[in-house]
Design a protein around this ligand. Sequence first.
Ligand code: ZN
Length: 215
Amino acid sequence: MMGLQPPTKIVCVGRNYVDHATELNNPVPQQPLLFIKPPSAITRLPEIRIPTEYGECHHEMELAVFIGMPLKRATPAQALKAIAGYGVGLDLTLRQIQNELKAQGQPWERAKAFDGSCVLGPMLERIECDVNRPFEIALRVNGELRQQGSSADMIFTIADLLAEISTLFTLVPGDVVLTGTPAGVAALHVGDKLELLLTNAGRQWQWHGQVEAAG
Ligand code: ZN
């Protein structure tokens, strides 16, 4: 596994699957909805730590794209070449807090950028993957399939997302892009056992985690 520099930021995409936008009664976006988590939000699988004092903390299972070369005002083709690898991530979301913030027109950081809110698995190097085939993600909680999605069903493709992001935020090696979540988001509970799956070109990788209370 290639060693990457620590990220300077995690850029997240909201509402990139129609079925998830619909389940939260959100409109399908005309341009990518973007937000950023700071490096202090990261924990690495198998560690998953959720706050327990702010209402429901939802899992959002996402395909993670790891950046290997600087990207600024890139074309989609340039953006694809800058990808170091792929993996899985959880965009943990304090849903009740987010709903209150949305209602007040306030930024989402309290709901999305807290310590532990970005759970990352290891990176699969790009050469291990077939980038011309879809990446499929799935999340099981206590053995039950909760979320399933394919990059083929994204509203904005990975290449288009990275190009658009790079017009606003320079991406540097180590940065991570979480590409949005499919339907099936729900609350996590302390003690839940999670399986995170990634499938590409007939190969499957699987990682595990168990939910603990944040200290
Ligand atoms: Zn998300």
